[in-house]
Design a protein around this ligand. Structure first.
Ligand SMILES: C[S@@+](CC[C@H](N)C(=O)[O-])C[C@H]1O[C@@H](n2cnc3c(N)ncnc32)[C@H](O)[C@@H]1O
Length: 348
């Protein structure tokens, strides 16, 4: 069943669906955006940091290699959640050429649901000499007695969220469908569930809240794995730690902002990640919070400026300017520098 029919049949069955159910169908059902489309790239819908510049993967790679050298120094799993086109892992592995011991100790595991992106990842990884790379769809990694270096970029913002707003009382946003006019529309309903009202208490000082149970569950799965098997987890995403003042869900098609009800199954739907949830979960599992900061601080502290200057050296004016613009895009507070957060947790 195509996305629109699927949405309509679910709404008919349930009377209405919430934003989370709407997103789940648009993104992850059989014809969903993240299952069948190729979202990333200049010709597609959006660009991510590794696609902006090789410097992003080089800096993250340097950070991970340094961590391995200081704390692991033996066989390990390198696990990426949602590798997209494979640009990030490719830049990390290229950077690792400076440390053959790191490369020789790697067991690569990529977690990806999108078949055409897996093809791209296979293609880019064929440039490196690895006997085996494992692709899996879910975070269900078999025990293998190795510590892990796990990382993700723009992975958790894809997870479906429920949206709430407060007007004296808390309400949840739902979607219904008018068959005569053939239109979807928002409706709201007062929240009565005691459990949800309890969860919403921490948002009482603001007017809105977005909650993603599946995102929290996934993050918790990674935390449990880290606790049992040791290692480090670096997650980078659009996000916040002070409660949101406005609902953050956004839809992007062909690099333009759109409406949730447009391009059904053919546009990116994301929402900012609540890093407070992640910090709470990591603490509940007694993991060490090594770092939590914005992308600008992380990249600059790890040597992005020096890397940029090295790449610019002896280049013509046009190339120097291009590198400068990429640097700005990654670090400027009005671009990716501030809204993207970096969380590093570990257990050794
Ligand atoms: C926004 S893209 C980011 C890609 C890449 N990390 C980058 O920075 O360019 C999200 C990636 O995660 C994958 N993905 C999203 N949700 C997923 C899930 N629940 N399980 C596995 N892969 C998922 C998508 O197919 C895609 O490869």
């Amino acid at each position: 069943m195509k996305i629109k029919e699927l949405l309509i049949s679910q709404i008919k069955k349930k009377g209405k669906i919430n934003v989370c159910q709407f997103m789940e169908i648009c993104q992850f059902s059989d014809y969903g955006y993240y299952i069948k489309n190729e979202p990333i790239g200049k010709k597609n819908d959006f660009i991510t940091a590794p696609e902006v510049s090789q410097m992003f993967g080089e800096i993250l790679g340097g950070f991970l290699i340094n961590y391995w050298d200081q704390k692991i120094k033996k066989e390990f799993n390198l696990i990426e959640l949602g590798p997209g086109t494979g640009a990030l892992i490719s830049d990390i592995l290229r950077t690792a050429n400076i440390n053959r011991n790191f490369l020789n100790a790697i067991n690569i595991i990529l977690i990806e649901k999108n078949k055409s992106l897996i093809k791209k990842q296979k293609n880019i990884l064929s440039n490196f000499n690895f006997d085996q790379v494992n692709w899996i769809q879910e975070f269900n990694i078999k025990k293998n007695n190795r510590p892990s270096i796990i990382y993700s970029n723009e992975f958790f913002d894809c997870f479906p969220i429920r949206q709430f707003f407060k007007k004296n009382k808390w309400y949840e946003k739902f979607i219904n469908y008018n068959e005569i006019e053939d239109i979807f529309s928002f409706i709201s309903e007062e929240v009565k569930s005691k459990k949800i009202l309890k969860d919403l208490e921490k948002f009482n000082n603001v007017e809105v809240a977005e909650i993603s149970e599946s995102r929290k569950k996934y993050f918790e799965l990674v935390c449990k794995y880290l606790k049992e098997n040791k290692g480090i987890f670096v997650t980078i995403d659009y996000g916040y730690n002070d409660p949101l003042k406005n609902l953050s869900l956004q839809t992007i098609h062909n690099h333009n902002k759109t409406h949730l009800f447009e391009n059904l199954g053919n546009q990116d739907i994301t929402a900012y990640v609540n890093f407070n949830d992640f910090l709470d979960i990591a603490n509940q599992h007694n993991l060490k919070i090594d770092l939590f900061c914005n992308q600008n601080d992380f990249l600059i502290d790890c040597g992005l400026k020096e890397r940029k200057e090295k790449l610019q050296k002896d280049k013509n004016e046009k190339t120097m300017k291009k590198i400068e613009l990429e640097y700005e895009r990654l670090t400027n507070s009005s671009q990716m520098g501030e809204i993207f957060k970096v969380l590093v947790i570990s257990c050794l």
